[in-house]
Design a protein around this ligand. Structure first.
Ligand code: ADP
Ligand code: MG
Length: 379
């Protein structure tokens, strides 16, 4: 839908013109899974797919929300009544952002917001973070809030999901949507929130990256996340460390020996080796050896499948099929239990690999992608 059609869609819903429109992307995580809440390293990049918001302020204290992607029409809330746990359905994501901004002392009142998105919803590509970040950017810019960095904006969005939506997520997805730049992967060291934009130009090297959405989301995904996070915190506590990030890669065996419980050993081994894989990928990209990241991605998948145990049969099938058909590397991306896998292939093998994946899992939705821009104002 063009910008003009998007503006008309807002008018059709709210009967007046929007004051502006913003866009925030979904993301793929190249490497560094379940490491963000362990104070570790991640390396996502923004998808060209994004969620848009057309917005106009209101002076009557109402927050009115509409999404082209959801049934049920306009959701109307009173800004003064917003409170954690009180909002149902998709509207809790933008409501949470507004509540959190106000809690942080930003004087933001009512608004009409109309959303649409090209990010597959529930596909492990962070449509939820795109929705949060586009809301936060639109409301802060429209209300003239200054002095809030993109990283701070992402932290507010994470906090809104932790507190208001009730999901104990890390900060990767929101940071990716807010801070990524076109043509780059974002290396984020979550401890200290140090960012590096890492050039990631697949086409120049004759490579393609396929995103394969399995279109499954297993039901236990939400509860499992909190248990995994608690397990990691318990392992770090047992080791007397602030976070699993503090286990050095060359000290892993010693750390494993001091953990009493097989599950905690598995979780620890994943987080420590995964942090190491992020550093390996970073070094390879900086050395111009993009092809060589393939085996590191595949090793990351094995670790998520066997040690962290967050893969599922559909993700394993995509990864195994792609590798058997000649892919350079493949892994699940995102939290797991469904969602998407990424596959690195030579340009010349793209069609054959995609065909093999589709034959193995006919419901799959696949596309080749490149790093797109982070969140920005459209007009
Ligand atoms: P993912 O972030 O992997 O796409 P999640 O389950 O974390 O999956 O987030 C999906 C939820 O985010 C949806 O169920 C809905 O509540 C909300 N959401 C995402 N995109 C939109 C959209 N375009 N319009 C309305 N709600 C959306
Ligand atoms: Mg999400």
């Amino acid at each position: 839908m063009t910008d003009a059609a998007f503006e008309i869609a807002f008018k059709n819903v709210f009967g007046r013109a929007p004051e502006g429109a913003w866009s925030a992307p979904g993301r793929v995580n190249l490497i560094g899974e379940h490491t963000d809440y362990n104070d570790g390293h991640v390396m996502p990049f923004a998808l060209p797919h994004a969620t848009r918001a057309a917005v106009a302020r209101r002076d009557d204290g109402l927050l009115r929300l509409h999404s082209a992607d959801m049934d049920g029409g306009v959701v109307e809330l009173r800004v003064a009544d917003l409170a954690p746990g009180t909002t149902e359905g998709w509207a809790r994501y933008p409501a949470a952002v507004l509540w959190t901004l106000r809690q942080a002392g930003h004087d933001i009142g009512g608004a009409d917001l109309h959303f649409d998105s090209s990010v597959p919803v529930g596909g492990g590509l962070s449509s939820s973070a795109a929705l949060q970040v586009v809301t936060a950017l639109a409301l802060t810019e429209l209300h003239g809030v200054t002095g809030l960095s993109r990283q701070e904006l992402a932290l507010l969005c994470q906090s809104s999901e932790n507190t208001y939506v009730g999901a104990p997520v890390g900060v990767m997805d929101q940071t990716a949507s807010a801070c990524c730049t076109e043509g780059h992967a974002l290396h984020l060291d979550v401890r200290g929130l140090v960012q590096h934009q890492v050039p990631f130009d697949l086409a120049a090297e004759g490579l393609r990256l396929l995103v394969c959405d399995t279109r499954v989301k297993h039901a236990h995904a939400d509860g499992a996340y909190g248990k995994l996070r608690a397990g990691c915190e318990s392992a770090a506590g047992t080791l007397g460390l602030p976070a699993l990030r503090d286990v050095a890669f060359d000290q892993l065996d010693a750390a494993l020996e001091s953990l009493p419980d097989e599950r905690l050993r598995r979780l620890t081994r994943h987080v420590v080796t995964e942090n190491h894989r992020v550093e390996e990928v970073l070094a390879l990209l900086r050395a111009g050896r993009t092809r060589d990241i393939g085996p590191v991605l595949t090793a990351g998948h094995a670790s998520l499948r066997d040690d962290f145990q967050v893969s599922c049969p559909e993700l394993d099938l995509v990864v195994d099929t792609a590798l058997a058909a000649g892919a350079l590397g493949a892994r699940m991306t995102g939290g797991g239990f469904g969602g998407s896998a990424i596959v690195l292939v030579e340009e010349s093998d793209e069609a054959a690999v995609a065909a093999a994946v589709e034959a193995a899992l006919p419901q799959v939705r696949q596309f080749a992608t490149v790093p797109g821009p982070g969140a920005h104002r459209l007009w």
